[in-house]
Design a protein around this ligand. Sequence first.
Ligand code: ASP
Ligand code: MG
Length: 467
Amino acid sequence: MDEKIIVLKFGGFAVSTGENIKRICAIVKKEREKHKVVVTVSALYGVTDELVEISKKISNLPAIAVEDAAKKFYDEILALHYKTVKECIADEKILNVAMEKIKALLEKLRITLIGIGYLEEINPKFMDFVISFGEKMSIHIVSGALNDIGIKAYPLTGYEAGIITDSNFSHARPLPVINETINKNLMPLIEKDTVPVVAGFIAADIKGTATTLGRGGSDYTAALLAKHLKAVEVQIIKDVEGVLSADPKITKNAKLIRQLSYAEAMDLALFGAKVMYSRMIEPAMEANIPVRVKSIFKPDDEGTVIVKKEEVIDRIVKAVTMMKDVAIINIKGVGMAETPGIMGKIFSEFGNRGINIIMVSGSSESNLSLVVKKSDIENTVEAITTGLNSGMRKIDVMDNVRIIAVIGAGMAGSKGVAAKIFKIVADNDASIIMIAQGSSEVNISFVVEEKFSEDVVKAIHEKFIEK
Ligand code: ASP
Ligand code: MG
């Protein structure tokens, strides 16, 4: 083992059964022959979703049903964790330690749920507290399983590992102080050859109030740890072999991509590939740390490596991806052309409301089209009406659309790629409703009607990648 650190992140699938947790242990053991290892884990498979669901459900129940519902949930989650613990921890003492911790956490959760039920209120702050329990429990299982095979390991919540965030519940962002706190909290363990097992996704603000980094955010935790610990690599270990050239549910000919640049990976994640959390790329890129995506079933395979270098491959296009659940919002109005600063006003209103604009295109001064998530439609329309408090305007919404993004660094220097792509779209009887303006050099993205989207993805994949 050298002094270099590697961060290994295991997602919900990896912590789905005792058998998979044993695979985690084997991977950690092997990596420890080479480097010092830091582990980040998600909640047990499906648990975060269940926590979200019960919070909503219990806040709507009549008072008389609240305590039973909380107890029933306690029993179910306890049974799931107990089953998993028994499958991966043989030593009775270690098993009991893990179960005691889990039971104490679940008791706290049960009481919290009762509170939510009686007060009939669930807000982002309460929700973050409730969903933090998933990872708070799973760290004890993984850390116990490592101890069970003789590897010294120590469980830590995100906050205990030094991840301190702002108080934007449900999408909190780390504060600069983490540069010190992560090192201060983890280095003493790492130096003693203990494997820190850090809860992904969850953190706390400066007061210690629970926050989360956004669904899927444990990848982000891993990247933050890697950046501040100056790791040699961060690995995202999943149930797939790496990043694929398309969603295998759409085209069965999807291929494993060996290498991607940070920019390509970020665009892929932003435009719908569920392979990683897009925000995780930023810390890795800032510190120039390779991100490797690989399978828990084939840990010796290379998977996909994401690095700074833009590898231009012969096929030019590396991946084609599709983003669902989006809508186009068109704003038309003479007022816009005449009122200076109108764009600024609208966009700062989006910022205030935390609305993420996925694509923008303005065909004329008095016409602006935006793409947002379907769940943001109402909020966006409100923001526009607030920002545009003068002038004539008309807003319309199209919600039967999808974004298709074609990704590959080679496209920038190669003539006629866009023309070929658009011809494929036309050959599929689809028309392009919107094209991104000022899109990055590594992607061409456009919007088509939902009903054509899968055929277009298939056809682009076939023409550019399968040949
Ligand atoms: N457990 C969290 C979620 O399901 C975070 C993660 O798995 O990355 O969203
Ligand atoms: Mg995930």
